[in-house]
Structure formats: structure tokens, C-alpha cells
Design a protein around this ligand. Structure first.
Ligand SMILES: Nc1nc2c(ncn2[C@@H]2O[C@H](COP(=O)(O)OP(=O)(O)O)[C@@H](O)[C@H]2O)c(=O)[nH]1
Ligand SMILES: [Mg+2]
Length: 451
């Protein structure tokens, strides 16, 4: 724990004008600043009406003052909130007054960082605050709230405790080299590590779901020119974002739209149709289409069924191995209804029949995308998580597996002990008990000011 010697100050409400504007101050100088600006030291944790005055005693604004003496505050330090009117100029004057009294402007995320350094919240919770503020759907907001309440951290702690118990056991055994082999070999150590591995796998799955809610997935629509890619983008987004014409080669750049499927943000990329071309602009578009394909989590491979009754083998070889592909049979409205029914009935493949023009089948396609994402039925019950949490859990799993293998195959107790130690470190990075260089700066600098 690090004692802050300086006092920080920032506007906590968004820039621009609004009914209220709130200034937050945190640090050792808060009592003096509060007393000077409002005329007296406010009663702790009581809302009071006060005049906020400048150096010459002139009223800058009147509003509510809130004083939280350390350590019972968000940051764990003395905290002052001045709730005035939300005018840009008024707030600026008030901030300037506080700065003149010795505070300095807060860096992005610095209040949360102090809360973390003073053990008010752990790193997962600090990140959850940012995720809650940035959440783009009700499901994402609920997940962030659950992380903020400690749902994720609690599970990490439970695992930490299990690993500590294992380490104590293994390290005690290797302290007695003569008996080590028998002692460890005869124990159920391997099963116990396996049990921890199962728990990590569960947590990893939860973290993956949480990351999905936060970051979403990238979906690329590819196909021949005129297959209806741009029409499909418009049908999925419900907007007329992409130009649709009967001229092949209309789309020449990658067009991106964000849609929401059951609370998961899906970043859809509409691309230029892939074909041989001598047109330089179109060729560049096709090059970009292939790039979009590289970074996609899911690919929609769409074709015009009135032109190509069979799925496109040639194009599917463009999709990188391991990327999920959903085959989309478009323009089904162009087939006579009876023929369409017959085709769908005898269709043993997984393709989805749609008409981007009439909207037929588009809802089913959304459901298929949702399933392909690997989202649990109830993303709602999950907690929010980030890529770095997923990475740390993966490393934890790898160390446990390696340690167990060393034990099973070579009875190497000291290797298992080392892997358990590394696994625990990886877990500690999630909540911030173990801090690799620069991790803190990296995390908090992406926060907004006043948070
Ligand atoms: N009948 C019918 N026409 C469609 C459908 N989808 C697209 N089209 C038409 O096919 C042409 C090419 O569509 P577009 O979305 O620009 O295809 P892209 O080149 O793959 O982006 C346009 O004239 C669209 O109106 C569909 O489901 N049914
Ligand atoms: Mg197009």
C-alpha cells in the first residue's frame, strides 16, 4: 500500500452542459480545501447546501457538498464532492479554485487507481467500473455489475486458496527428499491438481463469455459479386448503410457496422465480392476483403441461390482454417416457392436459407450466429471479463497441466511445486496481487478522467 502525498481533482461529470456538474477531490489536503471553499469543514457523509467561494469571497456556485473522511471513501483517502451546476465555465472556475489551493489535475483513472492501491477494490473490480460505464447493452452492464460486486474475484480467490493448499502439501513433501517419492506418489495429488484444472476451465469459460459481452465478435460477410452481401449487412443492421445495386463490384471498401445479437456486440464487415478483376480499385477492395477475412471470428459465406444452386467450395477455401463459417443461401425469394421448399427439405447441410430482400430467414441467421459465437444460452448470468483475464487463466491452466504431467510421468515433485507457484502468479495477475511492470499504467490510462 502506497500513501499518496498529493491531492487530485477532476470534473467527474461529462464535458458539456448539464443540470449538475460534479467535482471530485481526493487526498490529504481535502479537509483544508473543503473548509476554504465552503467556509467550514462539512459534516462527514452528510449532504449539505453550501456556497463555493473564490479567493476574494465571491460565490462561484452554490450546491451540495459531500465529505468522506479517510478511510471510508471510494479511494480510501479523504474525498470531497462538490455538486454544482453543470456549466463548462462554472466547473472550470471551481476546478481552478481547488487547483489554486494545492491540488493537481487527476490523470485518467487515477481515482480508481488509488482505490485499488488502498485495497478498496481489486483490479478486476476497477476494470469492471470502466466496463460498466462503457457497457453497450443491458446484458453487458449486468455482467460488469456482477464483476464489480466481486463475483469473478471471489472465484479467483477460491482457486488461489486451493492452489496454496496444494503448494503447502507438495513443498512439505519435497523438504523430506528421502520420503518424497513415496509420499507424493501415494497421495491423491494428481487428482487434486486435476480438480483445480477443472475449476480453472470453468472459470475460463465464464471469462470467455464475459469478454464476449464486452468486446463482442467480428463477423465478415464474403461471397461473389452481387450475391447480396451489402443487402445482408443492411438487413442485419436494419439500416441502409451499404450501397446496394445490381452492378457487380459495387462495394469496393470494407464497410463496418455494429449490431447487437442477444446483448453481444457483433462488428459486421461487408466486403467487396471476390473474383478475378483488372479494375485496380476493385482489386484493392478484394485485397481488403481477404484481410477482413483474416481477422474475423465468424464468416458468413453468402451466395445467390438463383445463380449457384450448390454451396461455394472455391470460396470456402479462402476462409482461414479454424474460423467458423456459416453458409448462407440468399435470394431464396427468387425461387418458385415449391422448388424452394423441396430444396430446403432435401438439404442435409447446415446452410441458412434467407432472402436479404424480404427479410425471410434473417432472424434464423441471427440465432445461428449467436450459437456459433459459443455464447451460453444465458450470457446474462455471467460476469464481465477482459482478454487479459482470459490469457492469465489460460496460463494458469497450462502450468497446472504441465505440473501434473511432471508428477505423473517423472514423479518430479519439485517441478510440480514450481508450476503450482507459476499458476498462482498467473491467477494473481487477474486481481492485481501480482503486478507485471506497466500493467497498472496500461489499465488505468484507458479510463476516463474523473473516474
Ligand atoms: N431478389 C432478391 N434480390 C436480392 C437479394 N439480395 C440482394 N439482391 C439484389 O442483388 C443485387 C446485388 O446486391 P448487393 O447487396 O449489392 O450484392 P453484393 O455485391 O454482394 O454486395 C442488388 O440488385 C440487390 O437488390 C434477395 O434476397 N433477393
Ligand atoms: Mg456489396
Amino acid at each position: 500500500m502506497k500513501e499518496s502525498t498529493d491531492t487530485i481533482c477532476a470534473v467527474a461529470t461529462p464535458a458539456g452542459t448539464g443540470g449538475l456538474g460534479i467535482i471530485r477531490v481526493s487526498g490529504p489536503d481535502v479537509p483544508r480545501i473543503a473548509q476554504t471553499v465552503t467556509g467550514s469543514l462539512p459534516a462527514p457523509r452528510h449532504a449539505a447546501l453550501a456556497d463555493f467561494r473564490d479567493q476574494s469571497g465571491e460565490i462561484i456556485d452554490s450546491g451540495i457538498v459531500l465529505y468522506f473522511p479517510a478511510p471510508r471513501s471510494f479511494t480510501g483517502e479523504h474525498v470531497l464532492e462538490l455538486q454544482g451546476h453543470g456549466g463548462t465555465f462554472v466547473l472550470q472556475q471551481l476546478v481552478q479554485r481547488v487547483l489554486d489551493l494545492g491540488a493537481r489535475a487527476a490523470r485518467p483513472g487515477e481515482f480508481s487507481e488509488r482505490a485499488f492501491l488502498n485495497d478498496k477494490i481489486d483490479l478486476v473490480q476497477a476494470e469492471a467500473i470502466a466496463d460498466l460505464i462503457d457497457s453497450g447493452s443491458a446484458a453487458a452492464a449486468r455482467a460488469a455489475q456482477r464483476s464489480l460486486q466481486g463475483v469473478f474475484s471471489q472465484q479467483v480467490h477460491t482457486l488461489q486458496e486451493a492452489l496454496t493448499a496444494l503448494r503447502v502439501f507438495v513443498e512439505a513433501a519435497i523438504d523430506f527428499p528421502d520420503e518424497e517419492i513415496d509420499f507424493l506418489a501415494e497421495s491423491d495429488i494428481s487428482e487434486r491438481v486435476q480438480e483445480a484444472e477443472r475449476h480453472v476451465a470453468e472459470l475460463l469459460e465464464g471469462a470467455r463469455q464475459g469478454r464476449l459481452l464486452r468486446d463482442g465478435i467480428v463477423l465478415a460477410i464474403i461471397g461473389r459479386p452481387n450475391a447480396g452481401k451489402s443487402s445482408l449487412l443492411n438487413a442485419l443492421s436494419g439500416e441502409d448503410s451499404a450501397i446496394v445495386t445490381e452492378i457487380p463490384g459495387t462495394t469496393r471498401d470494407v464497410l463496418r457496422e455494429q449490431i447487437d445479437i442477444e446483448g453481444i456486440p457483433v462488428h459486421v464487415a461487408d466486403t467487396a465480392g471476390i473474383r478475378e478483376t483488372t479494375d485496380r480499385v476493385e482489386a484493392e477492395g478484394i485485397r481488403r476483403a481477404r484481410l477482413a477475412l483474416e481477422s474475423a471470428d465468424i464468416v458468413l459465406l453468402i451466395r445467390d441461390v438463383s445463380e449457384h444452386p450448390e454451396p461455394e467450395e472455391a470460396l470456402s477455401s479462402e476462409v482461414p482454417a479454424g474460423t467458423k463459417t456459416i453458409f448462407v443461401a440468399n435470394k431464396s425469394d427468387r425461387l418458385p416457392p415449391q422448388r424452394l421448399r423441396a430444396l430446403v427439405e432435401e438439404d442435409g447441410s447446415e446452410q441458412v436459407w434467407i432472402s436479404a430482400r424480404t427479410g425471410q430467414g434473417v432472424q434464423e441467421l441471427r440465432t445461428r450466429i449467436f450459437t456459433a459465437v459459443g455464447a451460453a444460452e444465458q450470457v446474462d448470468g455471467s460476469f464481465s471479463a477482459r482478454q487479459r483475464h482470459v490469457e492469465a487463466l489460460k496460463r494458469t491452466a497450462q502450468h497446472l497441466a504441465a505440473g501434473r504431467a511432471a508428477m505423473d510421468n517423472q514423479q518430479a515433485g519439485e517441478l510440480l511445486a514450481e508450476d503450482l507457484c507459476q499458476a498462482q502468479k498467473a491467477l494473481g495477475e487477474i486481481t492485481g496481487e501480482v503486478l507485471p511492470d506497466d500493467l497498472l499504467g496500461e489499465i488505468f490510462s484507458s479510463f476516463c478522467i474523473g473516474k
